[in-house]
Design a protein around this ligand. Structure first.
Ligand code: NAD
Ligand code: MG
Length: 387
């Protein structure tokens, strides 16, 4: 059979916010891209609809209890149907795959992303938790296997775009922009009483629930600082978070001559997703254009790490190195889920994360198995502190 000239993409987390937008990018360029595999955790209805529309070679539902339903619904089509966490890894490493879009949420994305790198697959990375948990291991593995990690996170895509054409020019500083989320100007007193409903209303972006809460608590920005360190090989001191509530500038790079380059655009994740797919080329796209006459008020301010402790905790984890960011991530996943279940207050989240970082065992040079054990230990400690 003739080899397809289209780039075949395995989408891990196709039913999520990033996953569905990635499918829109594929639909916009059917001559260039096709979905090789689509995967989901639980949302079997949407996965079935996506499979019928995009006709991938394979689909995976992580929750094995939903396998039968998926299998029956696609029985008339030549699509392979699998279930379980191992199957996720297997479709990511399958021979025909040209690129893996890691768009699962949380720690669960680590193993399939690692396996895809080991299989030599270029990674379009949305799942920032993978780099937060095991950035050192992942970047070393990518280097060894000569696998590019192309950022999908809008800030990191912006930095990556600013770095195009500057291969030998060192970065002096990264200016990582942050919207500041819905509680940017709340007092500590007000923050003590904010609710999940308020936290779920992000001013500029529509995203999955977990990252929306992380954005409100600024943990998302803390994670992005860690992500930037690993993607661009800079020191923590070279990453400055700049609060820019309008989210027009997606991030900036300052070079050694003092020049600052920025990437601007409307908040639309399809652009960074498409750039990761098409790099180093840009493809014509129908996305809305930035209208400068409507953004004549761009503001910038310093983040407040007293009200938003998570940002300080992320810098601390980065300075300590080892498994500390893995502990930070695990504790955050626990408190984030608890906040969505009304089991912990907004400010309680940072408190539990900090206490977990103090209590969990520090490992200076963790192996993959150490990360797995640290993740489990930190989750247990964080759970105990909530209850
Ligand atoms: P989401 O919750 O909307 O979607 C998550 C996807 O992962 C779903 O398809 C879900 O089925 C799948 N999934 C979740 N847990 C799983 C598990 N245990 N096993 C297998 N599959 C699982 O999340 P999202 O907003 O699309 O975010 C995805 C990732 O991209 C996150 O790491 C997030 O930080 C990052 N990101 C998202 C945005 C955004 O605009 N949404 C922007 C930048 C970065
Ligand atoms: Mg981001």
């Amino acid at each position: 059979m003739e080899k397809s000239t289209k780039k075949r993409i395995a989408i891990l987390g196709s039913t999520g916010s990033i996953g569905t937008q990635a499918l829109e990018v594929i639909a916009e360029h059917p001559d260039r891209y096709e979905a090789y595999a689509l995967t989901a955790n639980n949302r079997v209805d949407l996965l079935i609809r996506q499979a019928r529309q995009y006709m991938p070679d394979a689909v995976v539902i992580a929750n094995e209890a939903k396998y039968k339903e998926l299998k029956q619904a696609l029985a008339d089509l030549p699509i392979k149907v699998y279930a379980g966490a191992d199957a996720l890894c297997e479709v990511a490493e399958a021979a025909p795959v040209d690129m893996v879009l890691a768009a699962m949420v949380g720690y669960a994305g680590l193993r399939p992303t690692m396996r895809a790198i080991q299989a030599g697959k270029p990674i379009a990375l949305a799942n920032k938790e993978t780099l937060v948990v095991a950035g050192e291991l992942i970047t070393a593995l990518a280097l060894k296997n000569r696998v590019p990690i192309l950022p999908v996170d809008s800030e990191h895509s912006a930095i990556f775009q600013c770095l195009a054409g500057e291969p030998d020019n060192p970065i002096e500083k990264i200016l990582l922009t942050a919207s500041g989320g819905p509680f940017l100007h709340c007092t500590l007193d007000e923050l003590a009483h904010v609710t999940k409903t308020e936290a779920l209303k992000h001013p500029n972006w529509e995203m999955g629930a977990k990252i929306t809460i992380d954005s409100a608590s600024m943990m998302n920005k803390g994670f992005e600082v860690i992500e930037a360190k690993w993607l661009f090989g800079v020191h923590p001191e070279q990453i400055e978070v700049v609060v820019h509530p309008q989210s027009v500038i997606h991030s900036m790079v300052q070079f050694e001559d003092g020049a600052v380059k920025a990437q601007l655009g409307i908040p639309d994740m399809r652009l960074p997703i498409q750039y990761a797919f098409s790099y180093p080329f840009r493809l014509k796209a129908s996305f809305d254009r930035l209208d400068f006459t409507r953004c004549n008020h761009l503001t910038f301010e310093q983040p407040d790490t007293e009200r938003f402790r998570n940002l300080a905790l992320a810098y601390e984890a980065l300075h300590q190195g080892g498994n500390m960011a893995c502990i930070l991530n695990a504790a955050n996943e626990v408190v984030n889920a608890a906040f969505l279940q009304d089991r912990i207050s907004f400010l309680g989240m940072s408190r539990v994360i900090e206490e977990t970082m103090r209590q969990a065992q520090f490992i200076a040079s963790p192996t993959y198995e150490d990360y797995v054990a640290s993740d489990m230990e930190a989750r247990r400690i964080a759970e105990e502190k909530i209850n």
